[in-house]
Design a protein around this ligand. Sequence first.
Ligand code: G6P
Length: 363
Amino acid sequence: FTASKGSYEHYMLKEIHEQPSALARTWEGLASISVPRSKEVDFAKLDKLQIVACGTSFYAGLVAKYWFERVAGLIVEVDLASEFRYREPPMSKKGGCLFISQSGETADTLAALRFAKSKKQYCLSVVNVPNSSIARESDYVLRTLCGPEIGVASTKAFTSQLAVLFHLVKKAAQQRKCGQDLIKSLGRSPEHDVVSSMHQVLMKENRIKEVLPLFKDATSAIFLGRGQCYPIALEGALKLKEISYIHAEGYAAGELKHGPIALIDEGMPVVVVAPYDRLFEKVVSNLQEVRARGAKVLLISDKLGCEMCKSYADYIIELPTVNEILAPFINSVAVQLLSYFTAVERGTDVDQPRNLAKSVTVE
Ligand code: G6P
């Protein structure tokens, strides 16, 4: 991966396109990496995993919570570093902590790591920058190999973090002798499926541009998701607000009736991230609720989901069908492209959005 934009208009678009190779490289690296074995985590010995991160890395942690709990039967708590470090939570004697950071220098995440170490917790980290402070101070480090990420809004680092977390979940399931049916259902090479489906999503750029009228006059937008796609709804909303400056909120679709539905009025864009999985029907009923109140709905789903909901959505983006556990990988790419093209249309500074920094090394 080079640090130049090449033929792309923005680093962000280049980095979105680098994702299939970034993930393939990350998985290859994890398989071949040689590290001292002495401190490698044994998930079978843990009774709880505490994940700590900031920003987009926090959302990668939220996806991992769904994966670890469902597949590996491991209790996971996910915390924002800035909350965790000052809350001073009691730590389980048999617990472990996992820190996720692209830069490895985020001040709050580093401080949270130091706090956990002072409580004698086993500290594992997932970083992109190998000699960063977080990497140096952790007991064990796993690397995303996505190359330098220049665009301030994280894209390839996020999905590469998911790649490492997916690897850890599979390992945890094996060590804890749990979730073997789910692992089997992933087929022989889920990693290969993710990479090839991501390529297919990247070929949908023109389709994604066609839904941009949804945001044309929007001042606000809502993203909905359930289960492991709830964090993708949060990430979609974060991306949109970061680079297009449209006020956007992500919600767990089931929470709609507890407040956010009051915001829905004529023309409000609502993006629903809902692959056809065991929660699909529940999301569809949420989708009908917002549509009945005048919202303009964009459904991001797979073939079956799109077929079933054609008449309930104003816009549809059909993604390739993958095993439901893998859905966060490809749905992420769709919401990244959606925010990217929206921002380009609005003429904002996509790679350097106002008031944001790539790495936040002060509190
Ligand atoms: C900043 C960046 C985000 C990033 C967050 C956490 O806010 O703009 O893109 O997700 O920091 O950074 P880290 O390097 O710890 O992943």
